[in-house]
Structures are given as C-alpha cells and as structure tokens.
Design a protein around this ligand. Structure first.
Ligand SMILES: *Cc1c(COP(=O)(O)O)cnc(C)c1O
Length: 429
C-alpha cells in the first residue's frame, strides 16, 4: 500500500482535521484494513486517484451514479444551471421538470417533495406516517439502512453493520423505543409483531431490495405479503427506494416487483451525483405536508437548481434500453464471479438484482442480516485489497452491494472477472 504515497499523505492530513479523515464512515476502509484511496477525478466507469492510478469503479458513489461519472449531458446541465444562479430559495422551473419526470415514471407517486439527502427523505417520511395515522411505532428490518436517522439506527445495515454496532451511541432509548425490528424476508415474523402491537404501528419501512447488508433480494411473495399485512392492519407501507429507485427498473422496485407502496423515499440516482433526496406518494398523504397540511418539513437548499438540473439530465437519459444494458452487464458479472469462485472451490453466494450485486463468501443463500453476517469478512478484505492493487475499486466492506453503470463495458466486466479469479487464487494460495 506504499504505492499510493499521495493518498497516504492526504489521509494523514485529513485525520488531523476530520474524524477518521472522512465525512462518511465506510469510506475509511476500517472493515477491510489499510488506508483509504483519495480520488481526484472520475470519468465513465473509471476513478483516478491522487497518485494517478486508475480503477474500474464498483462503488459508483454508492449507487448514485448510473450513467457513469462526469457524463457530458449531466455536466453541461449543471454548468448551464450554475451560470443562472446556484440557489434561489424560491420556486423554479427545474423542480417542476424533475418532479414531472419522476412522477411519470413511478405509478404510485402522485405528489413529491424534494430534500437534500436520502436521510432527510426517510426522516420526513416517518414524520408523515405518524402524522397520518396518529400512531408512533415504525417497523423496520434488521440489516436495512434508512440513513443516519436517530430512530432508524437500530440494527441498521451499511456503515453501522460494517462496524459491528447494534445501534448508535447518542440515540436515547426513548427514541428507539418506537422502532420495531423484524427479520428481512420473514413475513410470519412481521405478522407476529403487528399482532403484538395492534393499532400502534404507523408504517412498515423496507428496502424493497436490500442493498445495505450486501445485496439481498426479496424472496418471491415477501413484498406482496407486506402489502397484504399493511392493508389488514391499516398500516402504511413505505418503500425506501433511495438505492433501488431508478436503478433496478425505470420505475424502481415498485415497478419491478409490481407492488404499490403508500409512500416512497428516493435519493442517489435522482440527483445525478448531486445531493438530492425526495419523498412522495399518495396525494391524500402528501397533502398533510406543509404548507397544505400540519406536518412541517422544510429545507433552505431543497430543490436546488444545480441538483434538479443534474437529476433531470440523468433521468431523462435513462430509458428502457439503458435498463436492458444494465441487466445484461449484471448477468455477465454474476456468471463470471460464480465461475471464478467455483474454479477456486470457494463457497460463495453471488446475489444480484439488475446492476446491484454482492459476493457473500458463505455456504448458503443469504436472505437476512444474520445470514449476511456469515460471510467470510477477512477473506473479503484480502480479495478487496488484491482487486484494488489490480485497478478495481470494490466497496470497502463485505456488507455492501457493488454497483454498475451504463458506462461499464463488457470488456470492463470480463477484466474484472479475470482479476477476481486471480485474486482468489492469490488469497487461497
Ligand atoms: C443511501 C441510503 C439512504 C441514505 O441516503 P443519504 O443520501 O446517504 O442520506 C437511505 N436509505 C437507503 C436505502 C440508502 O441506500
């Protein structure tokens, strides 16, 4: 790792300025060891680091980048918007255009409110379901991550799972008291919990495809069961599509699995790489949001003109053809990774939905958080570093999904598979 002196130097300096040298924990490489790579540039499927080494990128800004980095259409939309003012603190046409683009794509959406991150979106969504139902409890799933929201940091995936924390310090018990935890992919467990908390649960909040404990698809019938249970118990169903929205299908997971949630949280892809989140859904629910209704939520930079322009440029260039490309690329990587693991006789589960994929080094399929944690983390750490040295940037944690973009080529995928097989050979040797 001494072959990245500029990254090393920047990291050292950063550690004296920011906690752990980073602005979001997983970036610090704690789960895989070593020191984080500092980047200075990205284009298409490639990242370029402070030492001028290049990498095929499988983080893709944790899924936010879907067209590839620095896409010309997105960059020119941002430049054009910037020249006209970076923030008005007042309504503008860019918000209308992006809202229309999103609502036309996602059938359950009748109204939308833009915020600045996925965290803000889930925070507002739970406030809204409580306002709408007059109930306080929220049911969430072990291993699902909904942003760094106090009440949702119980057994959350992503960084908090990476660091092996059950929840976060600084969150009062009085706040997580209203958070109920269920096992992902276990509808019977959900039913039990709803029965034990009759008339008290405001909503079920779920990642319709789980992407924050590694990639865990919903079992056939699981999302349908949640919809049915919500209807039976007069509980609202909230899809957290911050990661899956506009990635797993043109209309997100709601379209891909044919389920109509009451509310959706969005983020990542809808900002085209700029900080954007959104929540939305049924008109009668969204009419409770101020200024129409009593649920207060606001943001100085919400609907920011640069972010709206970037999101619109990204989304309006993603049609059916792009989603088919992502599916083809994903299938190719899945087949290659499976073959590589079999070739080296390494027990592994390659799990994928569209352009999101994970390799769990474990014997049986992974359907929930406990099963995800059976993955061989030291083995992943070794493979991660071997891949990094070969020029492939995987997520620096065994419990995160890998993301492809429309800029990845079949040749990129094939080179990735070759390097992965070589890494496995090195690691088991
Ligand atoms: C990333 C993510 C969030 C949080 O979004 P931020 O923009 O990081 O605040 C929430 N929910 C899911 C499912 C996510 O993947």
């Amino acid at each position: 790792m001494t072959n990245r002196p500029n990254s090393e130097a920047l990291y050292k300096e950063a550690c004296g300025l920011m906690p752990g040298g980073v602005n979001s924990p997983v970036r610090a490489f704690k789960a895989v060891g070593g020191t984080p790579v500092f980047f200075k540039r990205a284009k298409g499927a490639y990242l370029f680091d402070a030492d001028d080494r290049s990498y095929v990128d499988y983080v893709s800004s944790w899924g936010a980048i879907l067209l590839g980095h620095a896409d010309d259409r997105v960059v020119s939309a941002i430049s054009a918007a910037a020249a006209n003012g970076t923030s008005f603190g007042a309504p503008h046409e860019g918000e209308v255009r992006l809202a229309k683009e999103i609502i036309e794509r996602v059938e359950p959406l009748e109204r939308i409110r833009f915020v600045n991150s996925g965290t803000e979106a889930t925070l507002a969504a739970i406030r809204l379901v409580r306002a709408a139902t007059g109930r306080n409890k929220i049911l969430k799933f072990e291993g699902n991550y909904h942003g760094a929201v106090d009440s949702l940091l119980a057994k959350a995936g992503s960084g908090i799972a990476t660091f092996g924390l059950p929840d976060s310090a600084g969150v009062p018990k009085s706040i997580t008291h209203d958070t109920l935890l269920a096992k992902y992919n276990d509808a019977a467990n959900v039913e039990e919990i709803l029965n034990a908390n009759r008339g008290e649960v405001a909503a079920i909040l779920v990642e319709p495809v789980s992407g924050n404990m590694g990639l865990v698809p919903p079992k056939p019938g699981f999302l349908q069961a949640l919809r049915r249970l919500c209807d039976e118990h007069a509980v609202l169903l909230v899809f957290d599509e911050v990661m899956t929205g506009f990635r797993v299908a043109k209309g997100g997971a709601a379209e891909r699995f044919g389920i109509t949630p009451d509310l959706l949280c969005m983020g990542k892809v809808i900002g085209g790489g700029l900080p954007v989140g959104a929540y939305g859904g049924r008109k009668d629910l969204m009419d409770l949001v101020a200024p129409l209704g009593p649920m207060y939520q606001a943001g100085t930079l919400s609907g920011n003109p640069l972010a709206m322009a970037a999101g619109y440029a990204a989304l309006s260039n993603l049609d059916q053809e792009q989603y088919e490309t992502l599916e083809t690329l994903g299938a190719r990587l899945e087949a290659g990774l499976n073959q590589a693991c079999q070739g080296e006789s390494i027990a592994a589960q390659v799990q994928r939905v569209g352009s999101m994929i994970s390799v769990f080094f474990t014997e049986q399929p992974v359907n929930d958080f406990d099963e995800a944690n059976t993955t061989n983390k030291p083995l992943f750490g070794s493979v991660f570093h071997s891949m990094l040295d070969k020029g492939f940037y995987l997520p620096p944690s065994a419990l995160e999904a890998w993301f492809m973009t429309t800029s990845h080529t079949e040749a990129d995928i094939d080179r990735t598979v070759e390097a992965f097989a070589a890494s496995l050979r090195e690691v088991v040797a």
